[in-house]
Design a protein around this ligand. Structure first.
Ligand code: HSE
Length: 395
């Protein structure tokens, strides 16, 4: 039986919203009709018919002829408002907003239960890689040992250009911004937050645990210097920003984001620029690897388009892993061997690492290695960030 086309209210017309319009037009998909587009800033030139535009969210949220909301705005509080209101009005929602989702996961799960509407977010994690649905449907019951990878295009672009193009950090970041990969506030990309939000979304589907951002330690690449690149290069290694969710025992997970050294044999070694990669280690099928563009208008638009098709087919996430593994807990005693490079003004004794080893000095910085628990790393994260210490996981 032919289903009726989706009638869509779109929020946001930045890189992602415009990307969706582009792929919708390009694909000729007949079953998605854009009824209204809500934007924030008046007076901008926009390549859409004027009569589609509104500045008032209620023109979409209170319009009973609109059955689907697509949310692609920047702010997470406003986005939560829009998404929760739309759901309460009985509208299905597709969103690309990982920060909003990760910060309100429990609430949004309950809202899906209560309203019966579908909330889909393939585009919110790893851009064009169909990872949410792969975890949700294909691995819905198969236990996974580990989910890890490269989930942030901007930081991966910066790292790639610093390794291969010999660009400095600021120039590489500027290029990522110009290409539309970076967040409005790129601190989220370079401090590891964006990768953490995506890790939280994927952990809900891979291992069934619903986490909030303050439970997951994160480190980024803000304080990376040429000395760190040299350290990796001299050993034939590369540095990647690595989100990890690892089963450390029955019902126990270590979940964290940290830059790490990666060797030539690792699939992630050659995932460069804005590309993302997802590595899965599952109990029955073994290792799997997905790679694709993690940022940019058309790749993200492609994931939104696919969610729209799924909605039209009546799809909802089942959260099977969450139903099965509701009692999983975090293992914050999991240990990592880390490398830390600190400015020489910081006395070695002030560095919050027990028994530093292999201390080496290089110009006006020094490097130590140490074995630390996730709990310790999490507690020291703010101090390390404020004191410009670069931390990464050793191989
Ligand atoms: N700023 C994000 C990134 C965009 O660089 O990966 C895609 O989520």
């Amino acid at each position: 039986m032919k289903k009726k086309p989706l009638t869509i209210g779109l929020f946001g017309l930045g890189v992602v919203g415009s990307g969706l319009l582009e792929v919708l037009k390009d694909s000729g998909y007949p079953d998605a009709v854009i009824r209204k587009i809500c934007v924030k800033t008046p007076g901008k030139t926009r390549a859409v018919p004027q009569e589609l535009l509104t500045f008032n969210p209620s023109d979409i949220l209170d319009d009973p002829s609109i059955d689907t909301v697509v949310e692609t705005i920047n702010g997470s509080d406003d986005a939560f408002d829009i998404v929760s209101r739309a759901m309460r009005q009985g509208k299905n929602v597709v969103t690309a907003n990982k920060k909003m989702l990760a910060g309100n996961f429990e609430l949004l799960l309950n809202l899906q239960e209560a309203t019966g509407v579908s909330l889909l977010y393939e585009s919110a994690a790893c851009g064009s890689i169909p990872i949410v649905r792969t975890l949700e449907q294909h691995f819905g019951t198969e236990p996974l040992e580990q989910l890890s990878g490269i989930f942030n295009g901007t930081s991966n672009y910066i790292l790639s250009r610093m390794f291969d193009g010999n660009l400095d950090f600021d120039t590489a970041l500027r290029q990522a911004q110009q290409a539309g990969f970076a967040e409005e506030d790129p601190a989220s990309d370079i401090d590891g937050l964006d990768a953490k939000y995506k890790l939280i979304l994927l952990t809900a589907h891979s291992h069934g645990m619903i986490l909030s951002p303050d439970q997951v330690p994160h480190f980024g690449i803000r304080h990376l210097r040429p000395e760190d690149i040299r350290f990796a290069r001299d050993r034939g290694l590369r540095i990647k920003l690595l989100p990890v969710c690892r089963r450390t025992g029955p019902g126990r997970l270590a979940v964290y984001v940290i830059p790490g050294l990666v060797g030539d044999a690792d699939e992630l070694f050659r995932v460069d620029d804005e590309f993302n990669g997802v590595l899965l280690q599952s109990d029955y099928s073994g290792a799997q690897f997905l790679r694709g563009r993690g940022a940019g208008g058309r790749p993200t638009g492609s994931a939104l388009l696919s969610d729209l098709l799924s909605l039209q087919q009546g799809y909802r996430y089942a959260y099977q892993k969450h139903r099965m593994n509701g009692s999983t807990v975090l293992d914050d005693q999991y240990k990592l061997r880390i490398y830390a490079r600190a400015p020489s003004e910081i006395p070695l004794q002030a560095l919050p690492f027990p028994s530093p080893e292999n201390i080496t000095r290089d110009g006006n910085t020094y490097v130590i290695e140490s074995e630390v628990t996730l709990s310790h790393l999490g507690r020291q994260a703010r101090w390390l960030q404020e004191n410009e210490v670069f931390v990464m996981r050793m191989l």
